[in-house]
Design a protein around this ligand. Structure first.
Ligand SMILES: NC(=O)c1ccc[n+]([C@@H]2O[C@H](COP(=O)([O-])OP(=O)(O)OC[C@H]3O[C@@H](n4cnc5c(N)ncnc54)[C@H](OP(=O)(O)O)[C@@H]3O)[C@@H](O)[C@H]2O)c1
Length: 264
């Protein structure tokens, strides 16, 4: 298969690209940094730039003649209190996590329509299903991608094209270093520091990216797709059904405990 993956210069994307390349697929990685690998070809691309995206996808087409799979993996985190977040920071985040992913879909879909086949995996987060403390805009940006994915499924199915969101729990990568970090004002500092240390320790203790690659391999082999798939530690995945099953305040109290937050 010809597989296009975004954000392949590090973390999950790099591991996915190498994994699928090693397993005999033709893999093209789109990231701003050029990474040399014997298993995949990097086309240096900033996916927030529509023209660059279009050019990169045309390059893939000229080299491989088709695109079977798009994995929209490029993304970044953002941490800080909602109150302190600036318009520039919010737009930067949404420009990558939502607009960049949409531009990628818009560029590959005409090709997939021509083939009358294609699969798109949008990498989301378990945190898109709930507003996480001090990560409100990250949750919101991934949640926006989830809704767009739900919508596009209806629109592209006549051409035998499928799309889904893959909600990940914490995965052991350097995502913490690449986050947008809002300046934290004094009233929030003590609580923020506590939650921030905890969220970083969750990433450090997260699942290995190779496990994500193995999961996606199974997903691609399956014909039983739906809008949402969840992958991660049980303690994180269970947060999703609990949100709908428990009374709202009970759920919030549980989340407070998980995040070591006190109520006034
Ligand atoms: N790690 C986790 O715990 C976790 C949990 C849930 C979901 N996720 C999601 O998984 C995805 C991958 O995260 P990760 O943990 O592997 O993070 P990462 O190591 O920071 O990787 C992010 C990748 O995105 C690329 N990227 C950033 N801006 C870009 C742009 N404008 N154009 C093209 N590529 C760009 C980066 O490459 P360049 O800088 O070279 O462009 C990099 O390769 C993200 O969507 C993230 O939200 C991660």
């Amino acid at each position: 298969m010809t597989i296009v993956i975004t954000g392949t210069s590090s973390g999950i994307g790099f591991v996915l690209a190498e994994y699928f390349g090693k397993n005999g697929h033709q893999v093209f990685g789109l990231s701003r940094k050029n990474v040399e690998s014997p298993y995949f070809t990097t086309i240096p691309t900033d996916i927030t730039m529509a023209e660059a995206v279009e050019k990169a996808v045309q390059e893939v087409l000229s080299k491989s003649g088709r695109i079977d799979v798009l994995i929209n993996n490029a993304g970044m985190g953002m941490v800080g209190p909602v109150e302190d977040s600036s318009k520039e920071e919010i737009l930067k985040l949404f420009n990558l996590n939502l607009v960049g992913a949409v531009q990628m879909m818009s560029a590959v879909l005409p090709i997939m329509r021509g083939q009358r086949s294609g699969k798109i995996i949008n990498i989301s987060s378990i945190g898109s299903e709930m507003g996480l403390p001090f990560r409100g805009f990250y949750s919101a940006s991934k949640s926006a991608l989830d809704k767009v994915t739900e919508a596009i499924r209806y629109e592209i199915s006549p051409w035998n094209i499928d799309a889904c969101t893959l909600h990940l729990g914490d995965i052991k990568t350097n995502i913490a270093e690449n986050r947008v970090k809002t300046n934290v004002s004094e009233p929030y500092r003590t609580t923020f520091d506590k939650v921030y240390a905890l969220m970083n320790s969750h990433v450090d203790q997260g699942t290995e990216p190779l496990e994500v690659a193995r999961y996606i391999e199974k997903l691609l082999a399956s014909n039983r797709w739906k809008a949402h798939f969840y992958f991660g530690k049980f303690g994180q995945k269970i947060g999703v059904p609990l949100k709908w099953m428990l009374p709202q305040n009970m759920y919030e109290n549980l989340m407070r405990k998980y995040n070591s937050l006190d109520k006034a």
